[in-house]
Design a protein around this ligand. Structure first.
Ligand SMILES: C[S@@+](CC[C@H](N)C(=O)[O-])C[C@H]1O[C@@H](n2cnc3c(N)ncnc32)[C@H](O)[C@@H]1O
Length: 280
């Protein structure tokens, strides 16, 4: 830190206000004891805005003019880490257990990627559907991808990824699913092909908003992976039961492999690690 740089403390009442704000609005439970980590994550932002106290920053994010800043704050306090073909066992399960029926019956698949971050998860699903479901059924499949963060959603809609991200995609899928995009800062980039993108739509949705979800119809598959890590048991239980209501009978919910629903009272049946089924 250079001499004279702002370095305000995060006072206990400010931390409590921040905790209440994050929990009440987006269901994210900031843990006691993480004050210094949280202070460090937000400090750069305070400095960029020339703010001398956390109280002023908290006033800004709660003001009508601070909606965008609230989004930035949530981004700084959560992780958007994701990648193509992440947790591959789920995609094997879909290929083996879910898609053969849709292929045989020519029935389109409807999927919700809830907490989609910068789009790698829904685009992976679209690539798999395109590979497994022939036309004209593929074009009737729908993938809804939602996230709280407008910043990651903009990146997702752009559908352009650095070569390092695309390296996670199996080579045969790479050539089928991407076209070269203009390089940036000497880095090679690739764009998801329009024919893959066309079944994916993006929207902003706070999963823990008390309002009813705006989607009509039910989903065959819901992916909510590595999102509920921020929520406490009460919030996760409520959310998983809402997911259950949004699934078609026989539909599946996928969560991250480091997560578990075993401590919760939920209406879904455990199938295998990180996969749950809505019983008829
Ligand atoms: C670690 S990423 C997971 C991305 C992807 N599902 C995966 O597993 O690779 C977690 C995402 O959850 C989103 N998120 C956190 N709280 C949320 C909420 N209350 N409503 C909607 N999205 C939320 C974050 O913005 C972030 O993009």
């Amino acid at each position: 830190m250079s001499k004279g740089e702002l370095n305000p403390p995060l006072l206990p009442p400010e931390f409590e206000q921040l905790r209440a704000l994050m929990y009440g609005s987006v269901g994210i439970a900031l843990q006691q004891g993480k004050e210094e980590l949280i202070r460090t994550r937000l400090l750069k932002r305070l400095r960029a805005l020339g703010m001398t106290t956390f109280a002023k920053y908290l006033a800004l994010v709660q003001s009508p003019a601070g909606t965008g800043e609230f989004s930035t704050m949530v981004d700084l306090l959560t992780t958007n880490k994701t990648n193509f073909f992440r947790e591959e066992a789920h995609f094997d399960f879909i290929r083996e257990r879910v898609l053969p029926r849709h292929r045989n019956e020519r029935s389109p698949v409807t999927i919700w990627s809830a907490g989609c971050s910068s789009g790698e998860e829904p685009y992976t699903l679209a690539m798999i559907l395109r590979d497994q479901i022939p036309e004209p059924t593929f074009s009737k499949c729908r993938i809804l991808a939602t996230d709280l963060s407008t910043i990651v959603l903009e990146r997702a809609k752009l559908a352009i990824y650095d070569e390092l991200n695309v390296a996670d995609v199996p080579p045969e899928v790479q050539t089928k699913s991407f076209v070269p995009a203009p390089p940036l800062g000497g880095v090679r980039r690739f764009e998801v092909k329009a024919e893959v993108r066309k079944i994916v739509s993006f929207g902003r949705l706070n999963l823990n908003s008390p309002d009813p979800w705006p989607m009509r119809g039910r989903f065959d598959l819901i992916f909510c992976r590595n999102v509920m890590i921020y929520f406490d048991d009460e919030t996760r239980e409520r959310l998983v039961n809402r997911f259950s209501d949004a699934l078609s009978p026989g539909g599946f919910l996928f969560i991250g492999h480091s997560e578990s629903l075993s401590a919760l009272k939920v209406k879904l049946r455990y199938v295998k690690p990180a996969v749950y089924e809505k019983v008829m």
